[in-house]
Design a protein around this ligand. Structure first.
Ligand code: NZQ
Ligand code: ZN
Length: 387
């Protein structure tokens, strides 16, 4: 196990009706807030009305900025920064999914920075002072609710890039599993794939002696394997929705990666697909992960054997351990398929002609991933295997 520091200061408020506590939490940080949300799902579910009532009852004034799109865009972030400056906003409340939270984080980082907020994303500047943010999460998926990362798409050139800084980590995250009942199955499944992928990015490591995090990863994956099909079958199953929601946070709050080298190659490839084709994040991962696994497993057969046996209950084939590994990868793919997610690029109408460009952009700042460092040729091969 490697040396590590673990810090996660986000307060988590979990359970039924917890959204009613929002004003109490907000009032600890600000009196004039930016209420940031997406395309309107929060209005359909009634969550918007509850939030507004809670703010009004507590004399917290607000300005609204809606319209965050999945794979959030830089242009709306710039609009948000202008509003915050003009209106003297001292807190941002993000109500929605990872896209809304990421957009809020970028606004928070940009308000007090005089340059272009994209500078943080292409490494030209580091985040300084940020205004505080908090969130009511409506889709378990990205883990952005307690994370220090934001991922944006720059419409100029269609680059999707991330940046991380402790100053943009939300102060609080309100997680009420009932708020996820309204999710279409496709979004529930995409979120589920994302959660599992955040575990994979940590689980597939060459770091030795990491039993505790191995077991936590395996437990989180098994929880998803059990509960995702239940939530897809019974939309309003509180028990299953709760497990998934908490797993989403656990998978990406930093705990599962402690003491080990993480990978992140598959996410980097997946981001290029979303940037070019605006495809749901989880759908790019259900396509890329099985291909990546098939491409790299020979580098550390033991780890993939462990995955197959402990996570999927595959029986060990002592004569031919590779068969055990391949069965584990196949079961992963089948699980994604059964959940209604695509597992090949051809299913989402991507042209082979764009492989070169996606691979080129993916390694623009150098090779990606750590389990195996992936150069442009490797990314091309993985994308080809994903057809
Ligand atoms: O916009 P609205 O109308 O709210 O609809 C959203 C959106 O269309 C809908 N939705 C959300 N909650 C709902 C709901 N519909 C009905 N009922 C509800 N309760 O779901 C759609 C997807 O929302 P989005 O926020 O885009 O989903 P997600 O949370 O998966 O976020 C995806 C974004 O986060 C990034 C992804 O790349 C992508 O841009 N990620 C961020 C990470 C981070 N910050 O650490 C890590 C992840 O790996 C990921 O890359
Ligand atoms: Zn992800």
């Amino acid at each position: 196990m490697q040396n590590f520091r673990f810090e996660n200061e986000t307060k988590i408020i979990f359970g039924k009706d917890t959204e009613l506590e929002v004003a109490t939490e907000v009032s600890k940080y600000g009196q004039k807030i930016l209420l940031h949300y997406g395309g309107g799902s929060i209005k359909k579910t009634g969550l918007y009305d509850k939030v507004i009532k809670s703010l009004n009852d507590n004399d917290i004034s607000y300005v609204e900025l809606s319209g965050v799109k999945p794979n959030p865009r830089l242009s709306l972030v710039k609009e948000g920064i202008d509003i915050c400056r003009k209106e003297d906003i001292d807190f941002i409340l993000a109500v929605g999914g990872g896209s809304v939270i990421d957009s809020a984080k970028a606004i928070a980082a940009g308000v007090k920075y005089l340059g272009d907020v994209w500078d943080f994303f292409d490494g030209k500047a580091e985040v300084g002072e940020a205004i505080p943010i908090g969130t009511i999460l409506t889709i378990p998926a990205t883990g952005s609710e307690t994370g220090d990362t934001t991922i944006l798409t720059n419409e100029e050139g269609w680059y999707k890039r991330s940046m991380s800084h402790k100053n943009i980590r939300p102060k609080f995250a309100i997680l009420n599993p009932e708020l996820t009942y309204s999710l279409p199955n496709y979004q529930t499944a995409a979120g589920g794939v994302d959660i599992m992928s955040h575990v994979f990015e940590r689980y597939f490591t060459n770091t030795l002696d990491v039993d505790i995090t191995d077991r936590l990863c395996e437990g989180t994956l098994k929880c998803m394997i059990k509960n995702l099909p239940i939530a897809l079958e019974e939309t309003n199953n509180y028990a299953a929705r709760s497990e998934i929601m908490w797993a989403g946070t656990i998978a990406h709050n930093g705990l599962l990666g402690t003491g080990r080298v993480e990978d992140w190659g598959s996410h980097m490839i997946a981001h290029e697909i979303s940037a070019m084709y605006d495809i749901t994040h989880g759908a790019t991962l259900s396509i890329i992960f099985p291909a990546w696994m098939n491409y790299v497993y020979q580098d550390n057969i033991d780890r993939f054997v462990q995955y197959a046996i402990r996570v999927w209950g595959v029986e060990m084939n002592f004569q031919d351990p590779e068969k055990t590994v391949l069965e584990g990868i196949e079961r992963t793919k089948e699980f994604f398929k059964k959940a209604g997610m695509p597992t090949s690029l051809s299913e989402v109408d991507i042209s082979r002609d764009s492989i070169e460009e996606m691979a080129e952009k993916c390694v623009l700042s150098g090779p990606v991933g750590n389990f195996r460092k992936l150069f442009k040729d490797d990314v091309v091969k993985i994308l080809e295997m994903a057809f």
